[in-house]
Design a protein around this ligand. Structure first.
Ligand code: FUB
Length: 318
C-alpha cells in the first residue's frame, strides 16, 4: 500500500515537472512578447481577468515575467496599465517592448478617450523606462497612433497589436492592425512616426503581427483566418516594407481559445515560439494562458510547423 502511494506521488511530481505549458499558471495571461536583455529573457504579456461566463475581454494591465533557464519564471507584477496614459481608457490589448540605446519602449494597444485628439476607438501608445522592469511612464503624453490616422477599415479597433523592429541600418518600423496590416517608420527617438502610414497586402492577415529578420530575410508572422479560430501564418520579404510573400500556416488552432498570438525569440542558441491558449482549468477565449514551444527553420529559411506541447521546452543552463 505504502509503495503504491509513494509511486503515485513520484508520478505526480514527474508529470507536474514535465508539464511546463502554460508557463504562467497563477494568473491568466495573453499576447506574449519576449525580448532578451543582458542574458535574461523578459516576457511582456497581457492579463485576462474576465469571469468564466464573460463574452468579452477584461484586461486591466500588462505584466512582465523573466527567466534565465526557460522553465523558472519570475513575475515582476503588473508594471503598466492603461491608467498610465492620461488619454487612454479600456482594456490592455497586445503590446511589445523593445530596447534602444539603453531605454525600453513598451508599445501598447488600448483605447482612446473621446477628447480633442480622438473620437475614441483603439489606439497605440508608448511607455518608456530605463530598465526592462520599469518604472514605465507615458513617453509622449498622447497616443502615437489614433483611430483617425487610418481610414481603410471602418471598425474602431483596427489600430491594435503593435510590433516594432529595428533593422541593421537602425531604421525602426512599427507594424500593427486588425483586419488589415499597416506600417510606418519610427524616428530614432522611437516616439514619433516618420513618413506616411502604409496599408500593406498580407494574405489572410487578421491581427497580432510579429516582425523580425533572420539571415537577411524579413519575417511577418501573424494571426490569420479569423473567421474560424485563429491560426498563425507567415510571410517573408527581402525588405522590411514588403511586398510580403505568403508562406503558409505554422500553427494550427490552439486548445480552447478563439485567438492566438505569436511572440518569437532566439535565446541561448534555440528559437522559441510563444503563444497563448485556453488550456488552464476554467480557461477559455477570455481567460487565456501563455505557452512556449520550440521553433525550427528549414535550410531555405522556411519555418516548420509548430508542435504544440504540454511539456513545453527543456531547461537551458543559467
Ligand atoms: O488580447 C486582446 C486581443 O486579442 C489582442 O490584441 C489580439 O491580438 C488578440 O490576442
Amino acid at each position: 500500500m505504502k509503495k503504491t502511494i509513494l509511486t503515485s506521488v513520484v508520478l505526480c511530481m514527474v508529470l507536474v515537472s514535465v508539464a511546463q505549458n502554460p508557463i504562467i499558471k497563477h494568473i491568466f495571461t495573453a499576447d506574449p512578447s519576449p525580448i532578451v536583455y543582458k542574458d535574461t529573457l523578459f516576457l511582456y504579456t497581457g492579463h485576462d481577468t474576465a469571469s468564466v461566463t464573460a463574452t468579452n475581454y477584461k484586461m486591466p494591465d500588462w505584466h512582465v515575467f523573466s527567466t534565465t533557464d526557460m522553465v523558472n519564471w519570475k513575475d515582476h507584477g503588473a508594471l503598466l496599465s492603461p491608467a498610465t496614459f492620461s488619454w487612454a481608457t479600456g482594456d490592455a490589448y497586445a503590446a511589445q517592448c523593445i530596447e534602444r540605446n539603453g531605454k525600453f519602449y513598451w508599445f501598447v494597444s488600448t483605447f482612446h478617450k473621446k477628447d480633442s485628439n480622438s473620437n475614441g476607438g483603439a489606439a497605440i501608445g508608448v511607455a518608456v523606462s530605463d530598465r526592462p522592469t520599469g518604472p514605465f511612464k507615458d513617453a509622449i503624453g498622447k497616443a502615437l497612433i489614433t483611430n483617425e490616422m487610418t481610414k481603410d477599415k471602418p471598425h474602431a479597433w483596427d489600430d491594435i497589436d503593435p510590433t516594432v523592429f529595428i533593422d541593421d541600418d537602425k531604421q525602426a518600423y512599427l507594424y500593427w492592425g486588425n483586419g488589415s496590416c499597416k506600417w510606418v517608420k519610427l524616428k530614432e527617438n522611437m516616439i514619433e512616426t516618420e513618413g506616411p502610414i502604409t496599408v500593406t497586402e498580407v494574405k489572410n492577415f487578421i491581427e497580432g503581427p510579429w516582425l523580425y529578420k533572420r539571415k537577411g530575410l524579413y519575417y511577418l508572422v501573424y494571426a490569420g483566418r479569423g473567421t474560424k479560430p485563429e491560426m498563425i501564418e507567415y510571410a517573408t520579404s527581402n525588405s522590411p516594407t514588403g511586398p510580403w510573400n505568403y508562406q503558409g500556416i505554422i500553427q494550427e488552432n490552439v486548445p480552447n481559445s478563439f485567438t492566438t498570438h505569436p511572440g518569437i525569440i532566439d535565446y541561448k542558441g534555440k528559437s522559441y515560439f510563444f503563444y497563448h491558449n485556453g488550456s488552464l482549468p476554467t480557461g477559455g477565449s477570455y481567460r487565456r494562458s501563455v505557452c512556449v514551444d520550440y521553433m525550427y527553420y528549414n535550410a531555405d529559411g522556411t519555418i516548420q510547423k509548430i508542435i504544440q506541447t504540454v511539456e513545453g521546452v527543456k531547461p537551458v543552463s543559467k
